[in-house]
Ligand binder design. Sequence first.
Ligand SMILES: Cc1cc2nc3c(=O)[nH]c(=O)nc-3n(C[C@H](O)[C@H](O)[C@H](O)COP(=O)(O)OP(=O)(O)OC[C@H]3O[C@@H](n4cnc5c(N)ncnc54)[C@H](O)[C@@H]3O)c2cc1C
Ligand code: FES
Length: 245
Amino acid sequence: MIQTRARVAGADATSIRLEVPGWPGHRPGQFAMLGLDPDRTHRDPLLPRPMAVYRVVGGLLEFRFKVVGRGTRLLAQAPRGAELSLLGPLGNGFPAPRPGDWLVGGGTGIASLYELARDAPKGVRVRLGGRTRADILGLDDFAALGGDLAVATDDGSQGARGVVTELVTPAAGETVFACGPEGMMRRAHALARAAGATCLVSLENNMACGFGVCLGCAVRTTAGFRYVCTHGPVFPSESLGWGAA
Ligand SMILES: Cc1cc2nc3c(=O)[nH]c(=O)nc-3n(C[C@H](O)[C@H](O)[C@H](O)COP(=O)(O)OP(=O)(O)OC[C@H]3O[C@@H](n4cnc5c(N)ncnc54)[C@H](O)[C@@H]3O)c2cc1C
Ligand code: FES
């Protein structure tokens, strides 16, 4: 893990690419805390924002995001050459999927699955969902991987009309890797449980420190409270006490 200053090499409405000297490498599903006021001059926003590493491309660390508030708006507008503070890689990341497993992403959660899909063996099924085509981060990148990819959108503007979990039919012994809205992950958990499959979910809770100090990202698990930043963000869904929901 490093704490460093990262230089913006380019940004647009849904992605930012950073030069990060000394980046030690990461596993798919790990994340970084991006601080938008590295000199703490304006303290606005005060807290860094957690972002899953999307991929490394051309020696640059790339993140993909949806603008939801001030932090992500500033990321989208960051001028080339600007500096951010960066702490990472953080969290446990995903284990490697096996043929027959399912990668299920919804909304911003899709970003944490790209490298998993890219590095997956043949036979891994990728299922992505969003409200509209524009909500599916990196759709062209996923399509370029050429694997077993299917998409669902609420408005039918891309792929099937409906929710992404309708495209997920796990069988016993398979694993569902899910990241997205909680309702989507709960449904993935229920489908896996009913089929005798395993489900791993990556949580996107709000965070303040990202390394286990502020206690702001605690989640209740069957083994007591755990911290999404250090024990997660990837958890076995059954450990979250979701039952058959
Ligand atoms: C491990 C991890 C990885 C993440 N990876 C990505 C990623 O790759 N791409 C991406 O787009 N986002 C990702 N997120 C979510 C991202 O961190 C938040 O969207 C971001 O912090 C919002 O900052 P903001 O300043 O733009 O919005 P804020 O001003 O902080 O919030 C704006 C509004 O959105 C709500 N909000 C903020 N954060 C969340 C959240 N996590 N879930 C639901 N509602 C929220 C707030 O309550 C508020 O109403 C990740 C989160 C975690 C914990
Ligand atoms: S974000 Fe501070 S403990 Fe997890």
